[in-house]
Design a protein. Structure first.
Length: 236
């Protein structure tokens, strides 16, 4: 992995358009799915925006549902990454992605940041599906993938960073990872397997060599993810 300027540290003024585009897309999907649900009489708009959504509604709007995935709706492994159970679920993932984007996007670049998020999200969906989790949605798998990337960045490049960023990319980041893993297993409604799947993907992709063909592959993978979401919501 090649960082653009590891010695310059975290620049809070650097533009992170990919990160904000991702967060905006998550909000748009949440609002749009609530509007669709209200229009079809599945749930009132207010509760659909704010309160926990029932299982059947989450399945109707493209959520991951293991029996349907086995029947061929594999696009749900992608669309479910962009869906959330309620406003709190969305807010927590959006804040995590905004923080991780601030750390990573200036170094990785926008396409790689989004591609690794998508790969981690689908990896988390697959881990849940293969281990028998019947229904699971959310961007947490992608967020855990990026958290894994940040951990590797801290391990590999921490000595080149300013002192204040050494603490951020070292002890603080490790503590954040451990806390989130503990919460993943301690809170019953959280899909811990999906989080682990995303984390493993992030740790794996972060050691990929820097090569043009890998960059092209990441761009293609991101395009496939977007295409799967579009297919699922428009034609699925």
């Amino acid at each position: 992995m090649s960082l653009q300027s590891p010695s310059e540290g975290v620049d809070l003024r650097s533009p992170i358009p990919a990160t904000w585009s991702l967060v905006t897309a998550l909000v748009i999907v949440h609002v749009a799915s609530a509007v669709v649900a209200a229009a079809r009489g599945w749930q009132l708009l207010g509760p659909g925006l704010l309160l926990p959504r029932p299982l059947d509604l989450r399945v109707h709007v493209g959520g991951q549902f293991s029996p349907l995935v086995w029947d061929g709706d594999v696009w749900r492994l992608a669309t479910s990454v962009m869906l959330h159970a309620d406003a709190l679920h969305l807010a927590l993932n959006a804040m995590a992605l905004a923080a991780l984007g601030r750390l990573l996007e200036p170094w990785l670049g926008g396409v790689r940041f989004l591609a690794w998020f998508a790969l981690g999200g689908v990896g988390g969906s697959l881990a849940s599906h293969w281990t028998g989790v019947v229904q699971s949605d959310g961007a947490s798998g992608g967020a855990f993938a990026l958290l894994g990337v940040a951990v590797v960045v801290g391990l590999r490049w921490r000595t080149y960073m300013p002192p204040e960023d050494q603490a951020l990319m070292g002890p603080w980041l490790w503590a954040f990872l451990v806390l989130n893993l503990v919460l993943s297993f301690a809170v019953p409604v959280v899909d811990a397997v999906g989080h682990l799947g995303g984390l493993i993907v992030g740790l794996s992709v972060s050691v990929l060599p820097e090569a043009p063909w890998i960059r092209r592959g990441e761009a293609v993978g991101l395009g496939v993810f977007v295409g799967a979401c579009a297919f699922g919501w428009l034609l699925g």
